[in-house]
Write a protein that binds this ligand. Structure first.
Ligand code: ADP
Length: 477
């Protein structure tokens, strides 16, 4: 029997282009589904993508799409990477930029056209490839759900996954004509949002199934607090909405085989040589002190303001803290001011995949005080590398990190969880972590538990497979 054909479309896919967790999912979920489905992944061929390194060949084909009244030619490129098919679409306006979406903290003015064009290209590919399922991810591909729903000649079913509801692809009304969207969709039921075009709504309103990246976040986004203004719209489409937690690719993120590490390891004890080396490289002292790390985008979502408020008091305690991140530059001087007064705080502003891996291997604890978190991957990576996460218990963090007091009864990774998004609560959790660390056996038990916890795609890939089958069998259109 032929495997159903899935076209998985995302605006970033590891290792070709990555700004966050979406890229990791773009790599690892199709890989986890490859046994049961014939999966091709498609993304834009940004000029930052290393064509040589990944043997990206082409153009293998080209086709035209209409962007409003304009005809645009899209070139197709391909790569077989780790035995999977990756397709890349190239068009100058979409691809020839220094950044994927815009400089740090900003979006390019023409992102509606850029990603509208990508969505049209995805649709045409689905037609040419006769895809059974088109799996769309975030607002950058959401318009494809509307285009496919609107086109009787296209038989593909669509899944739309919300990776982060805070980024909705919200544009001035003129995007409607620029993207050639029929006016009848510019309604409250369609993609209108306060007289603007909202591309996220195209995914939610028109896809055959809508998912988000954890069960708790799927509930949270129906509320005013987490719904980012779309809670009412989501409520209307609730019967098609479900939450499937992300996993991590445990081959790529494996402390046993990770080539970025000084010394691969199987048990928490093996972390020590990596920790010593990391501390040396970072100019930090005393491997006997617990090492806390933070890795992530500098943006309010990640609880950076809360972290900055608590940081001077945390750094005054017996510990080392290392921070790796990039994002809104306004945060840099505030971090630097704390680091000046506290030499046990190390900062690295930028994006460095190998350094991130070395930090996970070195860390005793991961700080993740996100105000909201659709799923989050860092906590799972950290746990798999034998660190104990300290998390604000929201969204995917609540689903993937159980309180350490429940360690005996749960297969989920464990950590120190707190419920209030305040610097005081974070500080209290930090102090609990110090206490745990003082009891070497207790810390080691938690770290060992985490290294064995199931953070893989296993169950979640099965849930996506079941969803694909369900919608292919139905006549939703
Ligand atoms: P996001 O909201 O950014 O998608 P996730 O927790 O889902 O957050 O995924 C973040 C991913 O990006 C993880 O693989 C993490 O290790 C990585 N990451 C984030 N910031 C950096 C950085 N500055 N350098 C290297 N890797 C980073």
């Amino acid at each position: 029997m032929r495997k159903p054909k899935v076209l998985f479309a995302a605006s970033e896919v590891y290792p070709f282009a990555k700004t966050g967790g979406l890229a990791d999912v773009g790599y690892s979920l199709p890989k986890a589904l490859a046994n049961a489905f014939d999966v091709a992944v498609v993304m834009p061929l940004y000029h930052t993508v290393d064509r040589q390194k990944y043997a990206i060949e082409g153009p293998t084909d080209s086709f035209d799409v209409m962007l409003g009244s304009e005809r645009r030619t899209v070139s197709l490129y391909e790569s077989r990477y780790e035995e999977r098919t990756y397709l890349f679409v190239y068009e100058p306006q979409l691809c020839d930029r220094d950044y994927l979406y815009g400089p740090p903290g900003e979006g390019y003015d023409d992102n509606a056209e850029r990603f509208g064009l990508f969505s049209y290209a995805v649709t045409e590919l689905a037609r040419a490839m006769q895809s059974d399922i088109v799996h769309l991810n975030d607002w950058q591909t959401a318009l494809a759900a509307l285009i496919i729903a609107d086109d009787e000649t296209l038989k593909a079913r669509t899944v739309y996954t919300i990776h982060n509801l805070a980024y909705q692809g919200d544009f001035p009304k003129k995007a409607l004509s620029a993207l050639g969207i029929d006016k009848r969709h510019f309604t409250l039921e369609g993609i209108e949002y306060y007289d603007r075009v909202n591309l996220m709504k195209a995914g939610i309103g028109y896809a055959d199934a809508v998912t988000t990246v954890s069960p708790t976040y799927a509930e949270e986004i129906l509320t005013h607090r987490f719904g980012c203004g779309l809670e009412g719209y989501l409520e209307k489409h609730r019967t098609r909405l479900s939450g499937i937690a992300n996993g991590i690719d445990t081959e790529h993120f494996s402390p046993q085989t990770d080539k970025s590490l000084l010394r691969p390891y199987k048990t928490p004890r093996g972390k020590l040589s990596n920790k010593k080396r990391y501390l040396e490289d970072a100019g930090l002292e005393d491997a006997g002190l617990p090492l806390f790390i933070f890795i992530g985008r500098f943006t309010w979502q990640k609880g950076i303001d809360m972290l900055l408020e608590a940081l001077p008091q945390m750094a005054a305690l017996p510990c080392n803290i290392a921070i790796l991140g990039e994002g809104e530059p306004r945060y840099h001087p505030r971090f630097e001011a704390v680091a000046e007064a506290h030499p046990n705080l190390h900062l690295f502003f930028g994006y460095d995949e190998a350094l991130a891996h070395r930090m996970y291997a070195a860390a005793d604890f991961l700080l993740m005080p996100s105000l909201f978190e659709p799923c989050g991957l860092n906590q799972m990576i950290a746990a798999h590398y034998g660190a104990v996460p300290i998390v604000h218990a929201v969204g995917g963090l609540a689903d993937t990190v159980a309180p350490i007091t429940r360690m005996q009864e749960t297969p989920t990774a464990c950590g120190i969880t707190f419920d209030e998004a305040t610097p005081e609560a974070l500080l209290a959790a930090f102090e609990t972590a110090l206490e745990l660390y003082r009891d070497a056996k207790a810390w080691s038990r938690a770290a060992t538990h985490n290294m064995h916890a199931d953070v893989s795609w296993g169950q979640s890939a099965s849930a996506y497979a079941a969803l694909y089958r369900k919608i292919s069998g139905s006549a939703v259109k």
